[in-house]
Design a protein around this ligand. Structure first.
Ligand SMILES: C[S@@+](CC[C@H](N)C(=O)[O-])C[C@H]1O[C@@H](n2cnc3c(N)ncnc32)[C@H](O)[C@@H]1O
Length: 345
């Protein structure tokens, strides 16, 4: 098997179980509040009730901390980590602009790759055997991430590993003069076994009445439009009402424009429609969803909306307060825990 090596690569056992010496998340909670939906007032948590969790903390503390409780129990993980852009990002509101996070890495790719590798090892440990991991990146590091993920997820006999390289194609951004304009992000989908949720029917477009490829339009005995195609001596027939199998190029979800009502001001905010597609395709109601780089909170908002349980974290206080506000403003919100991880420094 091919393996990506960088200067200073420290290999980690991918199936290690957390030992007593590792970070204990519970002990590091500095403050904890549960919000009541109606009153938005902190309430006492009931011991045997599940609460969704919004955690402020660096992933290097949060993920090992979650392992004690959630090892191999998370059904869907979506991450949209820093892309190694070399930039600093703000949260802009009408009245102020606040620093949200740095994505600079001292221009050191080795440093970034070790960081990403450690993150993905932890996520592999948290992912359920029938779970799905979506990793959202772009041209800068998606190719490195794919090789690292192959190394971590490889177990061909179990059907684990690579499933998709999704291209999210959008129109926003500038036009390059010396190369083709870069107009897509890459979302890698990996699974830990061959058993996992995938519901293309929930997110595929209706076949409809418009001609798309080499299919023939016919009318069946009930007067319904059907599409037929011959392949290897067989005729396949599809009703116009059935959803088509969704492709891995997504051009129908727009980037959030400056004036989009969904926009919060968080510079790298992703659209609700994107997360809706991912959660609908790869999770069921009540499944547990994790995003450890939640930024403006799009993953917990969509999880809440679709009736999934969630854990969302981010190290930026700007991201956490924005996510908290968005969740509190949302009409169907259940109480959630707001937790902080103490920084070791
Ligand atoms: C690309 S943004 C995520 C945007 C988010 N998906 C959204 O739609 O708003 C990356 C996020 O990773 C967070 N982050 C960066 N380094 C981190 C770390 N070491 N631990 C936890 N969060 C981190 C940043 O604060 C930022 O919010």
């Amino acid at each position: 098997m091919a393996e990506l090596i960088w200067r200073g690569k420290t290999s980690l056992p991918r199936n290690s179980t957390p030992s007593a010496g590792q970070v204990s998340f519970q002990q590091q909670i500095a403050n904890e509040k549960y919000y009541n939906l109606e009153t938005q007032i902190a309430i006492q948590p009931a011991a045997d009730t599940w609460y969704n969790r919004l955690i402020q903390g660096d992933k290097s503390l949060v993920l090992p901390g979650l392992l004690n409780e959630f090892q191999a129990r998370i059904k869907l993980i979506y991450i949209d980590p820093p892309f190694m852009t070399g930039r600093t990002f703000n949260n802009n509101s009408r009245i102020s602009s606040r620093l949200a996070y740095h994505d600079t890495w001292n221009n050191d790719l080795d440093l970034y790759l070790q960081w990403l590798y450690e993150t993905l090892i932890n996520l592999h440990q948290l992912l359920a055997m029938d779970g799905c991991l979506y990793v959202h990146l772009d041209w800068r590091v998606a190719h490195y991430a794919k090789i690292i993920l192959d190394e971590i997820f490889e177990a061909p006999e179990s059907g684990a590993g690579f499933k998709n390289e999704i291209i999210w194609h959008y129109q926003s951004g500038g036009r390059a003069q010396k190369y083709f304009a870069r107009k897509h992000d890459t979302i890698l989908l990996y699974t830990k076994s061959r058993q996992y949720s995938f519901h293309g029917d929930r997110v595929g477009q209706q076949r409809g009445t418009q001609k798309r490829n080499h299919m023939r339009k016919e009318t069946d005995a009930n007067g319904q439009v059907v599409w037929t195609i011959q392949s290897a001596g067989r005729t396949y027939t599809y009703s116009q009402d059935t959803p088509m199998s969704p492709p891995d190029v997504w051009s129908d979800i727009s980037h959030l424009h400056q004036r989009d009502p969904e926009r919060t001001g968080y510079a790298t905010q992703k659209p609700i429609a994107l997360l809706e597609r991912i959660l609908l395709a790869s999770s069921e109601e009540n499944d547990l969803v994790l995003d450890c780089f939640c930024g403006s909170g799009v993953t917990p908002i969509v999880a809440e909306r679709l009736g999934r349980r969630w854990i969302a974290s981010d190290r930026s206080d700007v991201a956490i307060s924005l996510t908290r506000e968005r969740l509190l403003a949302y009409e169907r919100r259940l109480p959630f825990a707001l937790q902080y991880v103490k920084d070791v420094e």
